[in-house]
Design a protein around this ligand. Sequence first.
Ligand code: AMP
Length: 541
Amino acid sequence: MQGLMMDRPLLISSIAEHAETFHPESEIVSVTADNPRHRYTYKACFSRAKQLANALSALGLQQGDRLATLAWNDYRHMEAYYGISGAGYVCHTINPRLFPEQLIYIINHAEDRVLFVDPMFLPLIEKIQSEVSSLEHIVVMCGPESLPENTLGAVDYETFIGAHSAEYTWPDFDERSAAALCYTSGTTGNPKGVLYSHRSTVLHAITGLMPDVLNISRADAILPVVPLFHVNAWGIPYCAPMVGAKLVMPGPKMGDGEALYELLDSEAVSLALGVPTVWLALLDYTARNNLKLDKLQRTVVGGAAVPASMVEQFRDDHDVVLHQGWGMTEMSPLGTLNKLLPKHESLSDEEKVKIQIKAGRGIYGVEMKIVDDDGNEQPRDGVAYGALMVRGPWICSDYYKLEGSAGTHVDGWFHTGDVATIDPDGFMAITDRTKDVIKSGGEWISSIDLENTAVGHPAVAEAAVIGVAHPKWTERPLLIVVVKEGEQTNKDEILAYLDGKIAKWWTPDDVVFVDELPHTATGKIKKTTLREQFADYQLPA
Ligand code: AMP
């Protein structure tokens, strides 16, 4: 027997309609290439998204066509999210930090017909123009006065939507239709496209709002420092309008500690989200200038492991609670969130941090398990390691146009490529990427734990650990360190610092100092390059 409930589709446009009706006055504040502080309301945002939808309809596009964005976080990018997906096209967000050959690959692979691009990235497109044949229209995210001279026949966004009416009825269609596309910038091989549906996006956003997940309400002002081009800015552009939270968009000022501080302070931001690297810049700026983030209440930090020193600095200098999150492009991205349990309240700060540096507990909708090489599930005892597998309604079932060839799915579960432990309370901790695991004498050493401990040293800006061949132990860890500007340290000092903080046998066999580490387009340390660089490295006897 079937239930007797209405079958209204879960469409992204339903978020726009809800926000327009119930939260018309909530604000979106943006830094853009052509305006240091633009502000308007959700009502204006979604009204302009309808103008955009009308402008797109006039181009004669087909439902499901891919329309790309190459832009920072601001209100026009937000309008594109809704205008494109809401009208039934696929919003393909592209990371401007990709190498030109990767850009060419993914634009051609996605067969993008329209590109919305920030003025500063126009030269990038001019350079690859002859190699991307699918692009028919280029719209520059600015007004006519800021449109750079170009050879692309590009039109400015304001002119593009300006002549079109804000009267538009969002179409109804199957909630399983594709809504957005984001390519993972893996460290090897070609990028792979993750194709989100309307249903997955809406379900993910509802879950994101939950008190023990991102805990977002009308009372919040949210600064997503995570880019709109990377996994839908962790779902914030969908979560915030569901409840009418104020949005603060940093535009091109993502990595600028001073600009971020100014935005957080002047816009009374209560929740900010981003990868560890951006917080390093902010915390460095506030420490050097003796400033306190006194309006910010909490940060969600994920995308890479979070060092204990960052949890402590937010806590001690700013009274800000850091919640670690873990997820992936393939997971929309939310998988876990770290919030202490009521029973942890009585613990000392030191004991709490030991839990806070874990990736967090699984959120409703994401099933997780860790397995050994033969696929046997490992115990949730906080000690046993295993390959982390997940399944759920906002986790990809395949990659775009790859049809099962990626080898990432087994019996309906997705192989995350992460190695993890899960403790009896359900807190998952990432110890490594499968490919980065160091196996010494048959036992695993966690490169992430070593790196996180090393960056706690006051002179260390960044650290990476890789396995280097060893005649007796097969592999031993090598610690590669970037020293902070103006600081000095040496191998003995670093090893002495690690002593007592890690298992003795994890102690790196050597420490080398470099000026910088290689990074991927999403800011992760590129260990494949490091392994090539240090392939013949001779560890001291
Ligand atoms: P991406 O798809 O680019 O967002 O990268 C996803 C990968 O980032 C995951 O598979 C992890 O390897 C890594 N990652 C994300 N969050 C965390 C975290 N909290 N701790 C450690 N690694 C993380």
